[in-house]
Design a protein around this ligand. Sequence first.
Ligand code: KG4
Ligand code: ZN
Length: 337
Amino acid sequence: MGVTILAIESSCDDTSAAVVRDGYILSNLIAGQDIHKSYGGVVPELASRAHQANIVPVVDQALKKAGVGVDDIDAVAFTQGPGLLGSLLVGISFAKGFALTRNIPLIEVNHLHAHIMAHFILEKDKESRVPAFPFLCLLVSGGHTQLIVMQSHLEMELIGNTIDDAAGEAFDKCGKLMDFPYPAGPLIDNFASEGNKKAFTFSIPKVKGLDFSFSGLKTSFLYFLRDRLKEDPEFITKNKADLCASLQGTIVSILISKLVKASQQTGIMEVGVAGGVSANSGLRNGLAREGARRGWNLFLPSLEYTTDNAAMIGITGYYKYLRGEFSSQKVTPRARV
Ligand code: KG4
Ligand code: ZN
């Protein structure tokens, strides 16, 4: 019958459950939380409450969609962190309860590791192309911007990191300055497609080695808007597409130039991108161009596995299951890892 894993992801504002059998995704359900939109960011207390309300129906639907019963589950994988503590607690408590009553193993999963492991998800009736090792991956999410080398499914080495904000934060914070609701990344992506990325220029930070910095860009964007709004209070409305295209173009060029440097330094040609910001069309197009020019074997995750989802937790849990890497009932969430 193979190995069937129930996976739970609840690190931020999406409650997700998935069922994975032998590396194949049988179901992947996500309940988002619109409640945060009007607050300009995720409100932790509201997120935990929504997870509490969503988790049982989401798991129930994931099992039904996969066509499996609780008796068919061999292990429960859950996100241990990083993430919001109250949100993580809901997922971990559910996973512990499920594992205890079914007397099956519990598997803790690092959320960042899981974003990269999304590249190893297999889908029935779809051609599966998975990276070989070593695999160089740019991980870009709302909380992280890292360059990671995977030596195997379970071994990863951090070779570059942001020294301040994450790329997703740069999108979201600059979007907030333009009065966009949270998360602004997807909206900026949409408006950017109609704009000219050379219309405005923003400062590109000089950071040594393979590290990143985005706080200077946010400040430069803030001062730029403040000056232009003084001259014309309608400046943002009139220039929305060009502002979004120029901002996105700057973020994308920072990301791609460091990824190119990392590939040159390590000699790794198996290259990919993961995390919420990897849904960005400017980044995907830019990487496709750069990858073709440099002869990379490039991996762009399918859109449904870019933002937070339990399928990526399930695939990571599957490989940990094969190695017998289980957690005890004493396991606790880790807000920071
Ligand atoms: O990985 P993720 O779902 O959650 C974290 O682990 O942080 O990433 C969320 C981030 C948010 O900052 C959101 O604005 C960004 O991903 N994002 C995008 C796009 N879709 C999501 N940023 C730019 N363009 C997009 N299309
Ligand atoms: Zn994430």
